[in-house]
Design a protein. Sequence first.
Length: 464
Amino acid sequence: MRVGRPRLRRLRGRAGGPRLTAVAAIAGCVATAAGCVAIAGCTAGTSQPVFKRVGPLVTLRIGVYGDPGYQQSGLYAQYERLHPNIKIIQVAAAQQDAYWRALPASLKSGRADDIQAIPVADISAVTGPLAGDFVPLNTLGSGGASGSAFADAWLPWVTQQATSPAGNTYALGAQTGPIAICYRTSLLAEAGLPTSPKVLARDWSTWAGYLKLGELFRARVPRGPAFTDSAASLYNAMAAQAKEQYYSPAGRLVLTSNPAIKGAWDTAVRAARDGLSARLTPQSKAWDRGLARASFATAVCPAWMLRQISTLAGPLGSGGWNVTAAPGGTGNVGGFYLALPRTGRHQQAAFQLADFLAGEQAGIDLFRTRGDFPANFAAVTAVDTVTSTYFSGAEVGKIFGETADRTPATILGPASGAIGADLDGDLSQVEAGRLGSASAWRTAVRQAQAAGAAAAGAASRPEG
């Protein structure tokens, strides 16, 4: 199935599409009341209905990686209050890579959880080689949910990437990672560069403009912090803005023939060669220390990184950071879907829970309290006016919402996630001076070919 990409801002006022069931509507009301304490302007103490258990207790296991926020934000507890016959157990892996490598074996052995988180970069494995191991969600719901209903409920590109060529939708978009640029106002001011979000968004509307400001920063603060955190961050942002990355529409690897990817690689290498990068790979302890020590002035910043920055910089960093649009104004890095393995014994109950966790109110609450950006269409619309006091009053809802709206439905393949991770590692080798750019690129090509072959041979059961 392929659907068009309506512009989000032209569709303001649509409230969640036709998939809002009676259960979801009640859940949204209770979730709103339960979340009032954390949201300015709400009234605490709203009474909640009490439900009694009907039928046997059903235990649902949800497999996730990292910290999706469901447990900490009380969403599981809310759902269990609404459904006294449901008990939720979260099975969490610390690292995404290890989680994803282990999932195929769990699927084949029948040990998979009732709901599994699927990284956005790996969703095509679920619609392709692993499709036989997952439930087509359009066969569930009240009388079966149609493809058009899914398209109305989630951002169009999110649904497109979770839908197979045969028209089956295999996962619900839960969280996304639209990108922006986070920056330290004082460091840019020290270099005599603009600090206004609007001026910066104009001056670095292209990656060439971003690097030009980086060169000015390095020239004016030669012994200070670096302009940006890492070459890998630049590469990932530029690659994310291309509709075609590592695979062609026909499913062939196109790493060596895709000018967008080679251009992103060359630009990232140039930034490292010219000393603009602090050589700190995101999601590493070195990056955490570098942020705390003000080792870089700017960083490509997916929405989920807001929480990391505010945690690492602490209360003293409040008001010292700001956020503005990234060059190109589009692109997604990170996020995940929720999918249902066929081996689950309670598929209908698991679908209802996944629908709640990926729904409008959950998306609103998680972004307001944690910075996790929703995939649900109505939630994206609702958070448009959210600002961040910590990030100098930045219009984070609008900035990330516009990026999410403009993001293309990237052509993904079963090894897209593995190829991207290998390229990040190869760029780190270039940054550290252990490999030349040409040698690292050849290594990346070999790794991509091997990953593509391995993924192609990993199919378990065909779709349907």
